[in-house]
Design a binder for this molecule. Structure first.
Ligand code: SF4
Length: 219
């Protein structure tokens, strides 16, 4: 781990780790939440929150050579991120040391993009900085498939995570919310009705406005 080559953030600049996931999902969504402080819940976010709350109410347990901690606070001054891990398993190694293994709970099923993996990798980088260890892998648990998907924190994923964290801070520092671009993912976005991507999209001509509003309302 070569921490020195990266800039370090102050306490007041720390941004929620979950914002990274939002940034990769849609930069506008991220800006609406973290610049304009807009939040609204839908079925998808409510399910996700309930799943996290359930994990959070547990405390800790031990199973043989594994100690399990729930709701572990995380932060990295190097990436400028703060948050909480759903679960950190500490596995006892042959030399008597304890190796952390992160597990993040997600509603739904594995996604074709890397949003969830980047979020988990950011959690690992936080824990590495806090505990001065190297964490090689973790897992995502999906509610719909009821399965754990292993995630290897390789160089490619770490670089993607570090770049995303840097761009996330640049977006928030800019204070500018990007224009919407309608895509398939908008249908699952809790901010759809506030964002109105079909009406306010990047390339909308003024004479398309009314057609856009009608479309938006009929969805
Ligand atoms: S509705 Fe679409 S464009 Fe708007 S914030 Fe959500 S995902 Fe982004």
């Amino acid at each position: 781990m070569d921490n020195e080559k990266f800039s370090s953030y102050d306490e007041e600049d720390l941004t929620p780790i979950s914002a990274l996931n939002q940034y990769l999902y849609c930069q506008r969504r991220c800006a609406l939440i973290h610049i304009e402080q807009i939040w609204t819940e839908n079925l998808f976010t409510a399910e996700g929150r309930i799943m996290h709350d359930k994990v959070d109410t547990a405390n800790r347990e031990s199973r043989g050579n594994v100690r399990i901690e729930y709701g572990v606070p995380l932060r990295s001054f190097r990436l400028g991120l703060i948050g909480k891990a759903d679960v950190v398993e500490f596995h006892k190694m042959d030399d008597g040391t304890w190796m952390p293994f992160l597990v993040e709970y997600k509603r739904g099923k594995p996604k074709p993009d890397n949003c969830d993996k980047v979020q988990l990798c950011a959690q690992a980088i936080c824990l590495e900085e806090m505990l001065n260890v190297e964490i090689k892998e973790g897992a995502l648990f999906y509610g719909q498939t009821r399965r754990r998907e292993d995630v290897i924190f390789d160089k490619k994923l770490r670089t993607e995570t570090e770049d995303a964290a840097k761009r996330l801070h640049e977006l928030i520092a800019s204070g500018v919310t990007p224009k919407p671009e309608y895509s398939k993912k908008c249908k699952q976005c809790s901010l759809l009705n506030l964002c109105m991507p079909k009406v306010c999209g990047k390339h909308k001509a003024a004479n398309n406005y009314l057609a856009g509003v009608i479309n938006e309302l009929s969805d």
